[in-house]
Design a protein around this ligand. Sequence first.
Ligand SMILES: NC(=O)c1ccc[n+]([C@@H]2O[C@H](COP(=O)([O-])OP(=O)(O)OC[C@H]3O[C@@H](n4cnc5c(N)ncnc54)[C@H](O)[C@@H]3O)[C@@H](O)[C@H]2O)c1
Length: 248
Amino acid sequence: MDLRGRTAIVTGAARGIGAAIAGALVADGARVVIGDILDGEGEELAERLGDGAVYVHLDVTDSAHWQAALAEAERLFGPVSVLVNNAGIVEFGGIADQPADSFRRVIDINLYGAWLGMRTALPSLRRAGGGCIVNISSTAGLMGYANLGAYTASKWGLRGLTKTAALELAADGVRVCSVHPGPIRTPMTSGMDDSLTAGQPIPRFGEPEEVAQMVHFIITRATYSTGSEFVVDGGAATGITPPVNPST
Ligand SMILES: NC(=O)c1ccc[n+]([C@@H]2O[C@H](COP(=O)([O-])OP(=O)(O)OC[C@H]3O[C@@H](n4cnc5c(N)ncnc54)[C@H](O)[C@@H]3O)[C@@H](O)[C@H]2O)c1
């Protein structure tokens, strides 16, 4: 897809991975609606990105917010060709002790929010003549993590929903893919230290731009991929390297 003049919506784009995705799409000529609940940071980013970007207050769990964001996107830029469901939160808790409202909140934002976004954007994607949806899942959508039950459930759910959407929207000319980042340096991981990545084949945190490059590739180049999983994790989900002594 040639992004020049195309309209994109990126959720959770005021900072972190979403901000890098918005930047990469604007740099390639797209006109981007930055949706988030962090109004100050979102407005600042839109200003930095210039005429190709606008900020809208969008809580992804709110249907009325989605309707308003889509209307604003169409009014300013035209029908939406690209939707990136990136907004997400992480809340820790074991199965035995995570409060129910915490579990529900994570599912609500990470999974229900993306479902609501896809269904609300679909008429606009049809008016655009097709396009691409990218759902930001995680390595937590490929394997389990202790004390992250809600988060892993939401990210596996998003991976599954991506495949169903790919089947349902193919006739509309819409490709739908999921992206699975490993540990990326953003405000979400600010409390985590480098030991987290020590066992990875590429033993460091990734940068938001490295995820953005993959998202950009999926939208513009991955013309034969839909329902597919794209992993950006320094090898984190590849397996475990046990400390084997070859002489024993
Ligand atoms: N950072 C990582 O290591 C990592 C790894 C795998 C997946 N991810 C996923 O990448 C995505 C972006 O994460 P990040 O690391 O940039 O985190 P972040 O916390 O820096 O950014 C998340 C953004 O989502 C926004 N948001 C939260 N709730 C929202 C809501 N209800 N409506 C709209 N926006 C909302 C936040 O305000 C924030 O701007 C998330 O879906 C996250 O689960 C991150």
